[in-house]
Design a protein around this ligand. Structure first.
Ligand SMILES: *Cc1c(COP(=O)(O)O)cnc(C)c1O
Length: 399
């Protein structure tokens, strides 16, 4: 017997579940790309994207996944040999730095480990030591999707600003935009990158680079940028096709319009953030109850430093692997693999899993995922504490 017939559930930290309304908005033939609906909706999408990041900055849209946005951000303002400070808290800032290295940038990694957030005091010290202002940019993720840490963007932005260090502050919100409070202008962020397939509830394939005036000035100091990644023609476009350096990502734009309608014009951005907090606390409560006996714990101990979009969990040897296989094969729930904690070829790889709770999630989805995990723990004889589901349900009931 199998119990997985019915709607399968993807509970991984991106790509996330796409709402039917977004799918339906995309289900059509190719549109007129010179005029009409497609051209009209883009003029409304840009201000909505700004609203999403609470900014007056400009935003360029690329046809790419998050890696493309990473490259666009670096290549518009940095040159071969420039030094970049990477703030490591798991995996993703390091990966961004690695991409920078392939562009000829010199990477200076300040690593805070896989279980804690960045420490503004250490950043202050590091920048103080940089007397000649060799550091041209500082790269950080708001949510590291591997460790599930959330970094304090505001605190780091204040450090850089208060020291009047000229480095550009670049923040990756790929997993956090539309799930977590983010105030680009108030928090002194110069460049922010995001992508479509996580909090924005779309397929992968378009990405966003937000650019403030300091970043624009840095672009002006560069002699040339490859014409595809150059954000200038996109920001200064007088024709629709210039916005995308060629054919527009037609279907993604229709989907994005619908997703932004849901996030900004129906639920409301602050309510979206609040909903993510409730579901994150619901997941944490369940894991803490399961971990009260046996060996299972949240990778990030301090609740203040945990992401609202994803939770990374550590288990006893191999248990995460058995659990993921069981929920997938028997229960129809796909859990995220552990990322960045152990090599995919090592046995330790199966000691970690992640639960994605970003975007289009509600009570039955989150409780369904937790219910499948609870059953999987029992079915696999994995030692665990009682009342995980009751603890999650209490969070939903009482906030
Ligand atoms: C998913 C993710 C990325 C990578 O995005 P791709 O679309 O896979 O290139 C980068 N940073 C963070 C924080 C992410 O969560």
């Amino acid at each position: 017997m199998s119990l997985h017939y019915g709607q399968k559930l993807l509970s991984i930290p991106g790509p996330s579940v796409i709402p039917d309304r977004v799918l339906n908005a995309m289900h059509r033939n190719n549109p007129n790309i010179y005029e009409g609906e497609l051209v009209d909706i883009v003029s409304g999408i840009i201000p909505d994207l700004k609203h999403l990041a609470k900014t007056d900055s400009d935003v360029a849209i690329y046809i790419s996944n998050g890696h493309g946005a990473w490259e666009a951000a670096l290549t518009n303002v940095l040159s071969k040999g420039d030094k970049v400070l990477v703030l490591g808290t798991g995996l993703f800032a390091q990966r961004w730095g690695k991409l920078g290295k392939s562009l000829g940038l010199v990477i200076d990694l300040l690593d805070f480990g896989k279980q804690s957030s960045v420490d503004p005091a250490q950043i202050t010290e590091h920048l103080l030591a940089d007397k000649n202002h060799q550091i041209k940019a500082i790269l950080m993720v708001q949510t590291d999707t591997a460790s599930s840490v959330r970094n304090d963007v505001d605190a780091v932005g204040r450090v850089i600003k208060s020291m009047a260090h000229p480095a550009l502050f670049m923040v990756d919100c790929i997993a956090s935009l539309g799930t977590e409070k983010f105030l680009m202008d108030d928090w002194n962020v110069d460049i922010m990158v995001a992508a479509s397939q996580k909090g924005l509830m779309l397929p992968a394939g378009i990405s966003f680079v937000y650019i403030n005036n300091r970043a624009k000035a840095a672009r002006e100091r560069k002699e040339s940028v490859s014409s595809y990644w150059d954000w200038k023609p996109r920001l200064e476009a007088s024709r629709f096709s210039e916005l995308f350096c060629g054919t527009a990502p037609t279907h993604h734009l229709f989907g994005l319009r619908e997703a932004l309608n849901i996030i900004l014009h129906e639920e409301g951005l602050e309510a979206v953030w609040a909903r993510h907090q409730v579901f994150a606390r619901c997941v944490w409560a369940a894991v803490e109850a399961w971990g009260s006996s046996g060996r299972m714990y949240l990778n990030i101990e301090d609740p203040e430093k945990r992401s609202c979009a994803v939770t990374a969990i550590s288990t006893a040897s191999g248990d995460a692997g058995y659990l993921r296989k069981w929920t997938e094969d028997v229960a129809g729930v796909t859990l995220g693999v552990g990322l960045g904690m152990a090599s995919p070829n090592s046995p330790e790889y199966e000691n970690f899993f992640r639960i994605g709770h970003m975007g289009h999630v509600n009570v039955p989805m989150v409780m369904g995922t937790l219910g499948a995990i609870d059953a999987g723990l029992k079915a696999n004889n994995i030692d665990h504490g009682p009342n995980g589901l009751a603890a999650a349900s209490a969070v939903i009931a009482h906030g």
